[in-house]
Write a protein of this length. Structure first.
Length: 379
């Protein structure tokens, strides 16, 4: 910020010959008076202040090669979770169960029209091992055959197409006409990146050992550039009303440390997207997802960058919340995030829209909204 103010001060106080003016009585220097300079100065100062303030701002004027990519993160709300929460509340429309909602989900994904999406909470019903007629993967193969899936088991570490088990699994879906898949994999967030880090089942003190991040290395066909894309689903901060913030905080730290130190080579563009289950006001985000406080963190938060550049879409301008309640009231917290490195921001949006379910009633397809970012590759 001080640097920006210094530059602005030089603009306002100068002896450059094209400025005419009198004397600044406070400083004894020449000051600016010509009206033809006012607009230029205002625009310059606005851009400088926006670029130099905040946690995740990008500097203006960065060169790009003109190739863009649109990415998303979307928690699909697994069918088991829907049963758990909806069955116990008879006031909630049954159309929010997976089978009636599957057609609405398909339309939502068509609508955002992204080149690559980070999915969370993939289950057998969504992937197609149960109820193929309402499987999102099967429906997309028919309606949007350009998309392919990258899903690894967060239980045994196998690729799902090779028999890996699915349990609340993150994954990636991408357009084969836009991207070539080079390789992919999975790492876990509980402390041991190579496997679920402890031998038991779920424990609120230690979190869910199956929380993981699926990654892919892609080649962008138009530009020839390679980039890493990560889909993460971090643990919640509470269980049965009791707060366990350290579980999510450890997930945040392990995600960023592994991505930076073990997975992504220096200088290779990358995008980290997912349901982080933490807002920018909470411990895990402040300690490890904020690039000003975590020494390894060089990724830019897409929402923060877009806000600083006036590049928020209409829904994101209306409010940053990325979730809705089971009764479909919009949430205020931003717990789904997209971070990027090696790109510049074009637009960020929260796709907050209802779609027709199987009986024609309008509902949100999930308890999360898709968040999207249109990014431009740097030269």
């Amino acid at each position: 910020m001080n640097k920006a103010i210094t530059v602005i001060e030089r603009v306002f106080y100068t002896d450059a010959p094209f400025f005419l003016g009198g004397v600044d009585n406070c400083r004894g220097r020449r000051c600016l008076l010509p009206l033809r300079c006012v607009l230029y100065i205002a625009i310059t100062c606005s851009h400088l202040l926006s670029a130099c303030s905040g946690d995740s701002m990008q500097m203006p004027g960065e060169e790009i090669d003109g190739c863009r990519i649109k990415v998303a993160s979307y928690n699909l709300w697994t069918s088991d979770s829907r049963k758990k929460y909806l069955t116990s509340n008879t006031s909630i429309d049954r159309q929010r169960f997976w089978r009636p909602s599957s057609v609405a989900m398909l339309e939502a994904i068509k609508d955002v029209d992204c080149d690559v999406l980070a999915f969370q909470e993939i289950c057998d019903s969504i992937y197609g091992r149960k109820g193929a007629a309402t499987s999102l993967k099967v429906m997309m193969e028919k309606a949007m055959p350009d998309y392919s899936w990258v899903v690894w088991s967060n239980v045994d570490g196998k690729r799902v197409e090779d028999g890996g088990r699915i349990s609340y699994t993150p994954g990636i879906c991408y357009k084969t006409s836009v991207l070539d898949l080079t390789r992919s994999g999975i790492f876990w967030l509980g402390g041991n990146p190579d496997a679920p880090w402890w031998g038991g089942g779920f424990s609120p003190e230690y979190g869910d050992p199956k929380r993981a991040c699926v990654w892919a290395l892609f080649r962008h066909k138009e530009s020839g550039k390679q980039f890493y894309f990560l889909s993460a689903h971090l643990d919640t901060r509470s269980f049965n009303g009791v707060q366990y913030p350290s579980v999510n905080t450890e997930n945040c730290r392990n995600l960023m440390e592994y991505a930076d130190a073990e997975l992504i080579p220096k200088g290779v563009p990358s995008i980290i997207a997912g349901d982080m289950n933490v807002s920018d006001k909470e411990e895990g985000y402040i300690d490890y997802l904020n690039r000003n406080t975590f020494r390894l963190h060089h990724w830019i938060n897409a929402y923060e960058a877009a806000r600083s550049m006036s590049a928020l879409g209409p829904c994101a301008k209306a409010g940053p919340g990325t979730t809705n309640t089971h009764s479909e009231a919009d949430g205020k917290d931003r717990i789904d995030h997209i971070f990027y490195d090696g790109f510049t921001m074009k637009e960020y949006e929260v796709a907050r829209r209802k779609y027709a379910t199987r009986n024609g009633t309008l509902h949100y397809p999930s308890d999360h909204f898709p968040i999207t970012a249109t990014l431009l590759f740097k030269q």
